[in-house]
Design a protein around this ligand. Structure first.
Ligand code: COA
Ligand code: MG
Length: 290
């Protein structure tokens, strides 16, 4: 699966920002047709995105297009236009039911079939950002094999439940952690909230590290200044990689000696700590660090 430590949005009608995004070494570039684009610029966004995908070199950054939500009235034209551009991934916001995921996946599949693309070559990510989406998490997460990642939208979710946003985001805690659990249960990537105060790098670092600590694999970002800090926060540190390797080696040795639990540096190690160490190495590998 493509590593998505940072998923950078920009308004799809802004060619200059799309061009800039290709110079940043960001894991994923998400050209937006939804809320980053004014209602009277939707058609222009479709045209600018198609042209940009044709003309620009994105390097190893993933090319994603976010369409408008299902029921907005824009989704059919957005999806048709997005599919013709043949991006790496389609992002669908404000998903509330498993049927919506299946509907999008079927549209993608019929495009792949009629254009002789390999089945599954266009990936799918969805946004969960309403109370209903969080209530239906389990069915949504299990809905379709094409699904690779679920993205939690904090601002829309707060609006949906009437929460007041605070800097430490305690009002989002339940929903964020519910998304992580649903993703982990279905081998999906979990992508955390946007930090909208894009001049505050220290605040971003704290929130990104908290998200990584919760088990998110990446975070949405909205400004070039946020890319590096975020990608670092979702890359295991040298120390945690070294420690994970020691846990794995010592675990194997202790199993051979017939011990399930043992001590390493004065701390108890058993099976769950081994699994966590394996996750750290898997993330380090996905980030190209080992
Ligand atoms: N992607 C790519 N480039 C971006 C960018 C983004 N999201 N945000 C800013 N830039 C570029 C600007 O074009 C500018 O480049 P330039 O110097 O070559 O002209 C540079 O980075 C500095 O930008 P800055 O002046 O600090 O910001 P701004 O006032 O132009 O834009 C925002 C601020 C918030 C409007 C802008 O960051 C943005 O549009 N973010 C994404 C919004 C979005 O997509 N929302 C929907 C999803 S949540
Ligand atoms: Mg949103």
């Amino acid at each position: 699966m493509h590593s998505r430590r940072a998923l950078l949005y920009m308004p799809g009608d802004d060619r200059r920002k799309i061009e800039k995004s290709t110079t940043l070494g960001v894991d994923s570039i998400c050209m937006d047709m939804e809320d980053g684009v004014a209602v009277n610029k939707k058609a222009e966004a479709r045209a600018v995105i198609s042209q940009a995908i044709k003309e620009l070199e994105f390097g190893s950054s993933e090319r994603c297009i976010r369409i408008n939500s299902i029921g907005s009235g824009f989704e059919k034209d957005d999806l048709a236009s997005a599919l013709m551009a043949e991006p790496d991934s389609i992002v669908v916001p404000k998903i509330e039911t498993a049927e919506q995921v299946k509907w999008v996946s079927e549209q993608i599949e019929s495009y792949e079939l009629s254009n002789k693309l390999n089945l599954g070559s266009i990936r799918l990510m969805i946004g969960l950002e309403t109370a209903k989406g969080i209530l239906n998490l389990k069915e949504i997460a299990e809905a379709d094999r094409r699904l690779e990642a679920m993205i939690f939208g904090g601002e829309d979710y707060a609006a949906s439940v009437g929460a007041i946003r605070t800097k430490d985001a305690t009002e989002l805690l339940y929903a964020r952690q519910a998304v992580v659990a649903a993703c982990a249960a279905n081998d999906l990537q979990a992508i955390d909230i946007v930090f909208i105060d894009f001049k505050d790098k220290e605040g971003l670092r704290v929130e990104a590290q908290q998200g990584a600590g919760f088990g998110f694999s990446g975070k949405q970002v909205i400004h070039p200044n946020q890319v590096q800090v975020t990608q670092e926060a979702f890359t295991p540190s040298e120390e945690s990689i070294a420690y994970a390797k020691r846990v794995i080696e010592s675990f194997e040795a202790s199993q051979r000696e017939g011990k399930g639990a043992y001590a390493l540096d004065g701390r108890m190690i058993d099976m769950p700590l081994l699994k966590n160490a394996q996750k750290v190495l898997a993330r380090a590998k996905a980030a190209g660090k080992i």
